[in-house]
Ligand binder design. Structure first.
Ligand code: NDP
Length: 282
């Protein structure tokens, strides 16, 4: 009998997760024998569930809300980008049974922005809305692209300041509150708040986006999110949601686990086509 290697995503809630489908498509595309399951795991039982998963032969695990910081604490070793992010979305069992923690969210966003959509970051004025775990993951790879400005705006300004201070050595990054965005304009606005999940929008003035600028919502949904709709209403050249980032971060995790890099564009196209069909039928 053929042996399938075991992978999973843990989170709460998890039933909406597209990760099992994405990894199944990657496995089919690259001929890898692997199972990938979604399991509802609350923070309280994360450590026990993760130890059981690896003790039972599991090889790789994705962790999503609200488990990324716990996964960061759980890992025996961290990649540099995970150490910086203080959050882990990918755990990988090593040959000596130790557990490596990585964070592929930042590279996932970068690949979607620059490779899939051709959005240039060098010398761009970039604004990030929100200062949670996702922002920590995306700031270092964005700074590597040398934007002229990177501003993090958050309701709780202290959280934005803490991230700006932590990454000050990597490039020009500043914190700001929403009231002080007046009279500023950006080439790229990235929504890394969780507001879209409840259909909300942070307080944004209409002229915040430069002519020809782009909007990117890390959140994704079957319908356009409130922020994607805001971008379209403000004539963004691109107004994108985070489905592409989700597929790209999954591809990086797949590469860490299997040493094979899947092609992402056919998977993104398929998921987008399914979403369009759902919307037509729904
Ligand atoms: P966190 O809970 O860590 O942070 C949430 C942030 O959103 C905080 O800064 C909070 O501000 C802010 N916020 C929440 N509601 C509002 C609102 N109504 N107005 C203004 N600000 C608000 O979440 P994460 O950083 O983990 O995730 C952020 C988003 O990114 C989520 O939508 C998540 O689904 C998405 N994501 C997508 C990925 C992908 O692959 N596409 C990968 C990772 C994340 P405050 O601090 O002031 O409370």
């Amino acid at each position: 009998m053929m042996k399938f290697d075991n992978y999973a995503v843990f989170g709460q809630p998890i039933s909406h997760s597209k990760s099992p489908r994405i990894h199944k498509l990657f496995a089919e595309q690259t001929g890898q024998l692997m199972d990938y399951a979604a399991q509802e795991v609350p923070a309280e039982t994360f450590a026990a569930a993760t130890s059981r998963f690896f003790a039972d032969g599991g090889i790789g695990l994705n962790c999503t809300v609200p488990l990324k910081e716990l996964a960061w604490q759980y890992a025996d070793q961290l990649t540099e980008r995970a150490r910086q992010a203080k959050a882990v979305n990918t755990l990988a069992r090593q040959a000596d049974d130790s557990i490596l923690g990585d964070n592929t969210d930042g590279i996932g966003l970068l690949n979607d922005l620059t490779i899939n959509h051709g959005i240039a970051l060098k010398d761009a004025k970039v604004l990030i809305l929100g200062a949670g775990g996702a922002t920590r993951g995306i700031v270092p790879p964005l700074l590597e692209q040398q934007p002229s400005t990177l501003i993090i705006v958050n309701r709780n300004i202290g959280k934005a300041q803490a991230i700006a201070e932590d990454f000050a050595a990597l490039g020009a990054v500043q914190a700001c509150d929403y009231a002080n965005l007046k009279d500023r304009q950006f080439d790229l606005i990235i929504n890394a708040t969780s507001a879209s999940l409840s259909g909300d929008l942070p307080p944004l003035q209409a002229d915040l986006l430069k002519a020809g600028g782009s909007c990117y919502d890390l959140a994704y949904a079957n319908q356009a999110t409130a922020f994607v709709t805001w971008g379209l209403a403000n004539k963004a050249a691109h107004s994108l949601d985070g489905l592409g980032m989700l597929v790209e971060q999954a591809a990086e995790a797949f590469f860490i686990w299997r040493g094979v890099r899947p092609q992402t564009s056919p998977v993104i196209s398929l998921l987008n086509a399914e979403r369009a069909l759902n919307n037509t039928n729904g």
